[in-house]
Design a binder for this molecule. Structure first.
Ligand SMILES: Cc1cc2nc3c(=O)[nH]c(=O)nc-3n(C[C@H](O)[C@H](O)[C@H](O)COP(=O)(O)O)c2cc1C
Length: 172
């Protein structure tokens, strides 16, 4: 199989992590991958908070009902968007740009032999308020998700959920 496609199919949500820290050079590579994503009119409205302190990860996890594993991860990448910086100041553009950055991070994580899981924040008001408070996010900076990252302590098979019924050709 083409190695690029193999990489994409091999990316899975990893929710168990070893204690080992994520190397600084890997964190840098993840951030550079994030900021290589497509962005409407290249506005790059994404903003990132890199969290490595166990007590902060634990506090963030307390406000994420489906993100308790963050407390066991050595690293959390909080992906935020600055609404004022987005194309025409439009929320949808900001979210689309941030989502492209998130997926780039997830693919880069897998390429580096690490594991990650996307933990949903936006549009849940309670989770957004929690992140804003814990991280001291300024007005207009909206938390989109948290990515828990670490050295994987579980293995998952590569797969696609390809379903030909979801594809239409030439017209619906
Ligand atoms: C918007 C969004 C929010 C998600 N939120 C969570 C979450 O809060 N907790 C979690 O464990 N997984 C979360 N996931 C991961 C999905 O559960 C996962 O991607 C899906 O089950 C497919 O599995 P895979 O990533 O291994 O292909 C989220 C994914 C997306 C796109």
């Amino acid at each position: 199989m083409n190695p690029g496609i193999e990489l994409i199919l091999g990316r899975r949500s990893i929710r168990r992590y070893k204690k080992e820290k994520v190397a600084g050079r890997d964190v840098q590579a993840l951030l550079e991958s994030a900021m290589a994503a497509p962005s409407a009119r290249q506005k790059d409205p994404w903003r990132f908070v890199v969290v490595g302190q166990a007590d902060v990860l634990n506090t963030i996890a307390e406000g994420l009902p489906n993100g308790k594993m963050l407390a066991e991860a050595p690293l959390g990448l909080v992906v935020c968007g600055d609404l004022a910086a987005a194309n025409s100041g439009v929320l949808s553009y900001m979210l689309q740009d941030c989502t492209a950055a998130i997926e780039n991070i997830l693919i880069a994580v897998h390429a580096l032999g690490l594991g990650a899981c996307w933990l949903g924040v936006h549009p849940r008001e309670d989770r957004m308020a929690h992140l804003t408070k814990v991280l001291g996010l300024p007005e207009g900076v909206i938390p989109v998700c948290v990515i828990a990252v670490g050295h994987p302590d579980e293995e998952k098979e590569p797969r696609t959920r390809y379903n030909p019924e979801l594809v239409h050709h030439e017209r619906w």
